[in-house]
Design a protein around this ligand. Structure first.
Ligand SMILES: Cc1cc2nc3c(=O)[nH]c(=O)nc-3n(C[C@H](O)[C@H](O)[C@H](O)COP(=O)(O)OP(=O)(O)OC[C@H]3O[C@@H](n4cnc5c(N)ncnc54)[C@H](O)[C@@H]3O)c2cc1C
Length: 346
């Protein structure tokens, strides 16, 4: 008998399992390695919506929690996962410069995140005719390393079942869940876009947004910060960079497409003025909800059956906070924020 049975070891399931581990709860997690959103994620965190220069919902506390939780993962797994780096937004025209100046000087919610100074290009190979603005408190989490190392940790401790979860084997016996002989008091679904095929929660309005990214090698670029125009370029190591991401709302699948890759290349070439080689391509589906808020809560009919999902395009910032919120709800009956509670769709 365990306290918790978790389905899915993406960012959501990993952050929840980490919280359970910290609180000395017993748990099993079932997951099959896939092209999950977490696996293909670029891992960038950024407290500002860079299209309109508006603050991300709940940004300040989420960033604090992100640092805390991913540093705890670093200590547990003995691997470096958190990379702070500034992010520079290339301005497209004079109007954007004016808006940035006004918001960075006068908007109280944006002041902690936007530098008031306007910069010339920070790198000789990056074209920025109208200059750039700097965003503080952004950076990158090495998500793939996190998933890989945490998986090893879970396997070593006999917490992970490396298999597909088959819903037909889930039974309810005398107040606990039974999955192929494993008994658990509570079950939590952290199954990302596969929620669509989850017979208990598929009534929730998940849309899914397809995204594509690529890794390039640009010898001699020596860029150390993230630069964002229509697409972003983000340093990894030794002149290897992530480039991302596309947002496609139709034809939702996790296949690399010519259209998606061309979109990345066209937008990158507008500001990157150095030769580069494409090394790797990725595609995946963001688990996005119609109102762009996460999905947390208990099933309206099945007691002790929970969900942690809907992290959309911001899994890195949301997962640590939302895993904590759900834990407090499940263990200490702390009320969930109405914006994230699945009751909003009852
Ligand atoms: C191209 C792309 C780039 C992105 N870049 C960023 C970024 O830079 N920053 C950011 O914050 N966010 C980014 N995101 C979004 C982020 O990746 C997601 O918000 C986050 O990963 C969602 O995590 P999750 O754990 O909810 O879902 P998932 O990562 O999809 O994890 C679900 C897990 O459940 C498993 N699973 C599901 N069903 C079953 C079953 N029946 N049996 C066994 N296992 C099952 C899956 O195999 C998977 O491992 C990006 C997304 C995409 C697609």
């Amino acid at each position: 008998m365990v306290d918790y049975f978790i389905v899915g070891q993406g960012l959501a399931g990993s952050c929840l399992a980490h919280k359970l581990h910290k609180e000395n709860k017993s748990y099993k997690i079932i997951d099959i390695v896939s092209n999950s959103a977490s696996f293909v994620s670029s891992g960038m965190y950024n407290p500002v919506v860079l299209k309109r220069f508006t603050p991300v919902w709940n940004a300040e506390p989420e960033i604090e929690k992100l640092y805390q939780v991913f540093r705890e993962f670093e200590d547990l797994l003995k691997v470096k996962l958190v990379y702070n780096s500034d992010l520079y937004r290339i301005f497209a025209n004079e109007d954007e410069v004016k808006t940035w100046k006004k918001k960075s000087e006068r908007n109280e919610n944006l002041k902690p995140f936007l530098d008031t100074q306007i910069y010339n290009s920070i790198n000789p190979y990056i074209k920025a005719d109208f200059g750039m603005g700097k965003v503080f408190k952004s950076g990158k989490i090495f998500v793939r390393e996190l998933l890989r190392e945490f998986r090893k940790f879970l396997l070593k401790n006999n917490n992970l079942i490396d298999d597909i979860f088959d819903f037909s084997f889930l039974k309810k016996d005398n107040g606990f869940y039974n999955y192929k002989g494993i008994k658990a008091l509570k079950i939590v679904f952290c199954d990302g876009y596969a929620l669509k095929y989850n017979p208990y929660f598929s009534y929730l309005p998940m849309e899914g947004v397809k995204g594509e990214t690529m890794v390039i090698h640009a010898n001699g670029l020596e860029l150390t910060d993230i630069v964002k125009s229509k697409v972003f370029i983000m340093p990894m190591e030794k002149d290897y960079y992530y480039v991302g991401a596309t947002y496609h709302y139709r034809e939702i699948n996790d296949e690399i497409s010519e259209e998606g890759q061309n979109e990345l290349i066209t937008n990158l070439n507008k500001f990157l003025k150095i030769d580069y080689k494409i090394i790797k391509k990725f595609a995946g589906i963001r688990p996005t909800v119609v109102d762009r808020r996460p999905l947390l809560g208990e099933h309206p009919e099945y007691e002790n059956m929970f969900i942690l999902n809907g992290l959309g395009s911001r899994g890195v910032m949301l997962a640590p906070t939302m895993a904590n919120e759900l834990y407090e709800f499940m263990e200490n009956s702390k009320e969930l924020l109405s914006e994230v509670n699945i009751k909003r769709f009852n």
